[in-house]
Design a protein around this ligand. Sequence first.
Ligand SMILES: Nc1ncnc2c1ncn2[C@@H]1O[C@H](COP(=O)(O)OP(=O)(O)OP(=O)(O)O)[C@@H](O)[C@H]1O
Ligand SMILES: [Mg+2]
Length: 354
Amino acid sequence: MPRFPESPSAALIHAAGKGSTSSGDRSAATERRSAQRVRVSREDLEGYYPTSDDAGRHTAADVVRNQHDLTDPTQPGPGQRWSTWRSVAKGQRGPEPLPDWVVTRDAAIDTELGILKTGKEADAFLIERAVPAGVDSTPDLTLDQAATRCLLVAKRYRSLEHGQFHRGSEYTEGRTVRRTRDQRAMEDRKSAWGRAVSATQWADAEFVALRTVWEAGAPVPYPVQIDGTEVLMEFVGTEETDDLGRTQAIAAPRLTRVRPSDDLLESYWEQLTHGMSVLARLGFAHGDLSPYNILADGERLVIIDLPQVVDLAANPFSSDVLLRDCRTVCDWFIARGLDVDADALFADLLAQAF
Ligand SMILES: Nc1ncnc2c1ncn2[C@@H]1O[C@H](COP(=O)(O)OP(=O)(O)OP(=O)(O)O)[C@@H](O)[C@H]1O
Ligand SMILES: [Mg+2]
């Protein structure tokens, strides 16, 4: 996987907490970057990097276009890399038809804007993929593609060594791993190759699941591409410009944090059950469905975090997993005042699956 040319950590929010005690000896360049640094709320960093001044906000990132002094802004600088769009094979890119916002130009540069969330097994980063100003902005006619800037989420899986993988055989039971060498390697958790393969397998599983269910019409982020342990997908959220003219990317909140009106609650229920039905008809259960893995993007609801999708036919635990998904989401809707029934939803989904 192509790496960012220099460690991007200096541009990331989690450095802010650490830096607060040593701001006196920072260089001017570091200070400048710090002022432009991504802002992320406490809830979005739970357990890892406590922040001080953003309580009540959603994940928010200052969108920085020039984080560094560049002699040539058309070349990647620190915290940047060339767009990886062309460096992956066609099968590692998202399904057709490609949404028109996806940037595919060779001249595009990926800029890491900050970390959205560190998870147990993966970290989610906000990435801007953009053709820099100064590069001929005429669309590449062979690609018939005009987009010059988009925001993406890079979900990067950690190897077992660094992650705390809690998803075990309950999920992978009945799943086929393509190469027996990989299968054996995964079982041998002491080998570095085994740990690396495992992280790649989870990334692979998430990308394939996203691609399959997106194509079938489920409300999930568009999967842009996969590159080793990194899945790039649509950023679900909005961009806003404040009074000072600063643009911020604001990630959609998780369902846990919203209090929708009655009408919106009903609409969310319909969107969610539609998504679960699409999965069921494909023979899947999400496997970790909860208000934490559902984003409320205004009126749109988006299901995320799908690496552990469970095969309803092949996995002996699938009924338990599906029932748990149904109960978890129904509990949330019931607590918000909607009269729904987990057992009825479970029965309905099973009927659609088989
Ligand atoms: N496409 C996206 N657009 C906007 N925000 C996203 C997107 N994907 C993930 N996030 C943010 O990152 C968080 C973590 O993503 P995800 O649940 O996929 O990863 P995870 O490693 O499984 O995290 P966890 O261990 O907390 O479940 C989400 O709760 C959400 O806030
Ligand atoms: Mg999650």
